[in-house]
Design a protein around this ligand. Structure first.
Ligand SMILES: [Fe+2]
Ligand SMILES: [Fe+2]
Length: 396
C-alpha cells in the first residue's frame, strides 16, 4: 500500500516551542499600572533630564478620576514593590498610546535607546526601531490596537547608542481599554548575545558536519561529493514538499552524513572495481547501523541518527537494516532515500558508468508507492520537470 507522506517530521517536535499566549504579562502590566499612576497625574520633583524612567513619570491618563484607588484592590496589598520591580528590571518596559507615542519608559529602555526620559516621552515608539522592521511592526501594531487585552509576541531590532544593531524579544499587550493604563504595554529583553551564540553554534555544527562528510569521502574517492549531492537533492525535495525551514535543515544535516557509517567498511570493498559479492554486500549493509551508532549521542535537535539508520529502508519492508515498512520509516528518511537513489544512479561507480538521471527517475516512478514515498517521488519529478533538480552536469 502506498504510504502518504506525513508532512510533519519528528523534528518538528523538537523545534522552537510556540510561546504561550501571555496572560501573565497582562496581569503584571495591570498591577504595575494601577499601582504607579499618580492619582493626580503630577510628576515627581526630583525628576531632571536624564534621570531615568521614574515611575512618577507616567503621563496623566485622559481621565484621571477613573484611576482605581489603590485601596480598592485587595490584590494591591504589596503594591509598593512593583514600582521598584519596573525601575530596577533588566528588561525594557515601554508604554505607548494608540498612536504609538511613548507615555512611559523605564530606565532600562532609556539606556537601551540612549535617550533621556524627556526625549522619550512624547516621541514615537517607532523612532527606536530598526528601519527594516518598522513597516512590519507598524502593521502588527495597527492590528493590536484593535484587539483589547491581546498580547503579541515579536522579535525586533533596534540600533543602540553605539550604532550597533541589537535584537529584542518583546510582548506587547493592548491595555487601551484598561482605564488605569490606557496604553499598549511593551515588555522586552535583549537577546542579541544569545542569537549571536546560536548563530555561531549553527555555523560550527555545519562546519563539523561537512568536515565529517569529507572525512568519509576521503576513504571512498569514488563517491566523493555524493553525500553533499544527496543533501542538495534532499533539501530541494523537502522545500518542494513545503516543509518548514527547521525541518529542511534537519534533513540537510542527516543527508550530508547519511553514509558516515561507511567509515567502518574495509577500504578494499569501497574501492575495488567490479560488482561486490553477496557476502561483501552484507558487510556494506552494516554502514546504516554504524552511521546511526556514530551520531547516536550527538544531541542534534532532529532525529539525525534515525534518519541515517533508515536511509536504506523501503516502504514494502524489503530494505535494510531492519526491514521497516511504510509509516515506520521517518518522513525525513524517505526524502534522503529518494535523493540517495537519484544521486547514486547518476554517479559513476567503480563497477559501472553513470546510469543517468533518466534511469534514476524511471526507477523512482516504477516503484513509487511500493519502495519509495509517492509524494516524495512526485516532488522530485516536479523539480526535474521544472529543471530545478540540483543534479550536476556530469549526471545528465
Ligand atoms: Fe547508504
Ligand atoms: Fe548514499
Amino acid at each position: 500500500m502506498p504510504v502518504a507522506f506525513g508532512g510533519k517530521l519528528q523534528s518538528a517536535q523538537v523545534g522552537r516551542p510556540n510561546r504561550p499566549a501571555g496572560s501573565q504579562g497582562r496581569q503584571t502590566a495591570r498591577i504595575l499600572s494601577r499601582d504607579v499612576v499618580p492619582s493626580d497625574g503630577t510628576q515627581s520633583a526630583n525628576s531632571g533630564p536624564g534621570t531615568g524612567g521614574s515611575l512618577q513619570h507616567w503621563r496623566q491618563p485622559a481621565d484621571a478620576s477613573s484611576v482605581v484607588p489603590l485601596q480598592q484592590s485587595l490584590a494591591m496589598e504589596h503594591a509598593a514593590w512593583f514600582p521598584a520591580l519596573v525601575e530596577h528590571s533588566p528588561n525594557l518596559t515601554v508604554v505607548v498610546d494608540r498612536d504609538g507615542t511613548v507615555i512611559f519608559a523605564n530606565p532600562t529602555a532609556l539606556k537601551m535607546f540612549g535617550v533621556s526620559l524627556e526625549e522619550a516621552i512624547g516621541a514615537s515608539g517607532f523612532a527606536y526601531i530598526h528601519p527594516d522592521d518598522i513597516e512590519r511592526l507598524a502593521n502588527r501594531f495597527a492590528k493590536l490596537v484593535e484587539l483589547p487585552d491581546i498580547s503579541h509576541f515579536d522579535t525586533l531590532r533596534f540600533v543602540d547608542p553605539k550604532g550597533e544593531v541589537r535584537v529584542l524579544e518583546t510582548v506587547a499587550t493592548n491595555l487601551l481599554e484598561d482605564e488605569a493604563v490606557a496604553g499598549i504595554v511593551i515588555n522586552g529583553h535583549d537577546v542579541t548575545e544569545r542569537d549571536r551564540y546560536l548563530t555561531q553554534l549553527e555555523s560550527t555544527l555545519e562546519a563539523v558536519t561537512v568536515a565529517v562528510s569529507t572525512m568519509v569521502e576521503l576513504r571512498d574517492p569514488y563517491t566523493a561529493g555524493h553525500q553533499r549531492q544527496v543533501a542538495r537533492l534532499a533539501v530541494a525535495i523537502a522545500i518542494e514538499l513545503g516543509l518548514q525551514a527547521d525541518e529542511v535543515h534537519g534533513i540537510e544535516v542527516a543527508a550530508t552524513i547519511h553514509d558516515i557509517g561507511k567509515i567502518s567498511l574495509p577500504v578494499e570493498i569501497l574501492t575495488r572495481p567490479g560488482r561486490i559479492t553477496p557476502l561483501e554486500f552484507e558487510i556494506v549493509k552494516t554502514h546504516a547501523q554504524a552511521g546511526h551508532d556514530i551520531v547516536a549521542n550527538v544531541p542534534f535537535p532532529w532525529p539525525v541518527a534515525d534518519m541515517i539508520l533508515q536511509h536504506h529502508e523501503r516502504l514494502d519492508g524489503s530494505g535494510y537494516p531492519n526491514g521497516l515498512r511504510g509509516g515506520a520509516i521517518l518522513p525525513g528518511s524517505r526524502i534522503v532515500t529518494v535523493a540517495d537513489v537519484v544521486s547514486a544512479m547518476s554517479e559513476h561507480r567503480p563497477y559501472r558508468v553513470s546510469l543517468g538521471i533518466d534511469r534514476a527517475l524511471d526507477e523512482l516512478q516504477s516503484n513509487s508507492g511500493r519502495l519509495y514515498d509517492e509524494a516524495v517521488v512526485a516532488a522530485c519529478l516536479r523539480l526535474h520537470d521544472r529543471h530545478a533538480l540540483p543534479v550536476s552536469d556530469s549526471t545528465l
